[in-house]
Write a protein that binds this ligand. Structure first.
Ligand SMILES: Cc1ncc(COP(=O)(O)O)c(C=O)c1O
Length: 479
């Protein structure tokens, strides 16, 4: 394919904008300067600048020159308060497995799964602690009890960390092999097949998968990308008697990145207590918030024990240690029994290793580093979307974590786009995987945690080109 000189120049300038060599709001070199520098004609430079203008990357200001446009437009939809829709059985697992498998092909630029990269994890320190604990307590590698398998020091550290937002008792903590296991045990403790689970819309695909695998139905509650779940909509669903249990990510929702205002969380706790409905709260991202203070979980406002708060150390310390927990309130006995039946004890050895790490200031330092880095990387990715994607795209404004939620032009089908993207070696998560009812056809989630390297920039650029092409070709009709 022949690329014109003006397109080459436009691509080069777009790259410089993406790398923030020219930051949002800054003036580009003048037309004459670019023509001299690149040995191009004035009209070629003007064509290149017009192309960048059409792509929404720069603005022409009369008498002043060309300026880099500010960030992508933010998603600002306000969640509607509507009468609850029909609860639905979920069926995303086959598509999810296909997407995950394709995303893991070698040589694919990883904008898909949201796992922190090795360079940001305290792996060296964890290795040292493994050695220390082996020498100090070798019995942890050979003995295990099916009952009471919680490591006392791990429980102590979880309680100490919870002091940031409240007080919990060791009696109500069940240690699990991950946050996912904690969520699954809680669902099993309070539901039977055919029951309805209220979820945020959009929500993390593994929650949908759990609902699907247990023969449950999902009721999607409208959720605002800025302030989270609509409490009014939840109240309507509760009043209608539709809901058996709730499964929410109130702090740093995945994929939206929003944090519910504290007053809304308190209201949710009060409503659930009034209706006697359990909430399974996924709190895994709270420590990776971007604000001054850690947002409180809904558990902090729970006076009746209806909230089961689940978390793990997979996102900030070690995805491979597989240690999580649930603060299970009034459901502790059932959850604990199900844990014993389903997988026995969680490795006492890794509980001890993690306890050693999270009990020191090293963990706070680690969290500060992750938050700072992630906030910067999310901002870079947001700029990248503004640079390379069509200007009508909208992005979330995450308040923590490391994913970006992108609304594409209406005519783009993200699942169809995914096939084209994999063929061009770029991975992402299509929006359809974040809903049980086929919503978010023209949305996608980008993983931002891998840094703004030349490889990632090329990946985002390639994906942006595909979105441009898909928008033009109306891929939705072809899907
Ligand atoms: C919201 C949310 N909950 C839970 C998990 C999984 O955590 P774990 O590895 O501890 O099972 C993830 C991982 O992506 C997540 O995004």
């Amino acid at each position: 394919m022949k690329i014109n000189l003006y397109e080459q120049l436009a691509t080069e300038l777009a790259g410089l904008i993406a790398e923030r060599i020219y930051a949002p709001g800054e003036r580009l070199p003048s037309i004459r300067h670019l023509a001299d520098q690149k040995r191009l004609s004035i009209s070629t430079v003007m064509q290149a600048l017009r192309l960048l203008e059409d792509r929404g990357l720069i603005d022409a200001r009369p008498q002043a020159g060309y300026f880099v446009r500010h960030r992508a437009h933010q998603l600002t939809t306000v969640a509607s308060v509507e009468n609850p829709k029909e609860p639905l059985y979920v069926g995303i697992t086959n598509s999810l497995m296909r997407v995950c498998q394709a995303n893991e092909a070698p040589g694919v630029v990883q904008l898909g799964s949201a796992w922190p990269p090795d360079e940001l994890l305290p792996t060296r320190r964890i290795q040292q602690l493994v050695g220390t604990i082996v020498r100090r307590s070798p019995e942890l590698l050979s003995t295990v009890s099916c009952y009471g398998s919680n490591e006392p020091n791990f429980i102590r550290q979880v309680i100490r960390r919870a002091l940031d937002w409240g007080s919990i008792s060791g009696e109500e903590i069940v240690v699990t092999t991950s946050c996912t296991e904690a969520l699954q045990l809680c669902l099993r403790a309070v539901t039977k097949p055919g029951d309805t689970i209220a979820i945020e819309s959009a929500t993390y695909f593994v929650l949908l998968q759990l609902i699907e695998s247990m023969g449950l139905k999902a009721l999607e509650i409208p959720t605002d990308p800025c302030i989270g779940l609509s409490v009014d909509a939840l109240e309507l669903a509760l009043d209608a008697g539709l809901v058996t249990a709730c499964l929410f990510i109130p702090n740093v929702n995945n994929p939206l990145g929003c944090v519910m205002p504290e007053a809304n969380k308190k209201r949710v706790a009060e409503l659930l207590s009034k209706h006697g409905i359990p909430l399974i709260e996924d709190d895994i991202y709270s420590d990776l918030h971007f604000s001054q203070h850690r947002p409180w979980p809904i558990k902090a406002y729970d006076t009746s024990g209806h909230v089961m708060m689940c978390s793990s150390f997979s996102k900030a310390v070690s995805p491979a240690a597989r240690v999580g927990y649930v603060v299970a309130g009034r459901y502790t006995e059932q959850v604990s029994l199900l844990k014993t039946i389903s997988s026995g004890a969680t490795s006492p050895f890794f509980q001890a290793v993690l306890a050693e790490f999270i009990g020191t200031s090293s963990y706070d330092k680690q969290l500060r580093k992750m938050r700072r880095t992630m906030e910067e990387r999310v901002a870079r990715m947001s700029d990248g979307v503004a640079t390379f994607f069509p200007s009508e795209c909208r992005v979330s404004e995450p308040q923590g974590g490391f994913v970006l939620w992108v609304q594409l032009p209406e005519q783009v089908n993200a699942m169809a786009l995914h096939e084209y993207a994999i063929a061009r070696r770029v991975a992402f998560m299509p929006g359809q995987l974040f809903s049980g009812s086929g919503k978010y056809v023209n949305y996608l989630r980008l993983n931002c945690c891998n840094g703004w390297t030349p490889e990632i920039i090329r990946g985002v650029q390639r994906l942006g080109e595909l979105v441009h092409q898909a928008a033009d070709a109306d891929m939705r009709k072809r899907a």
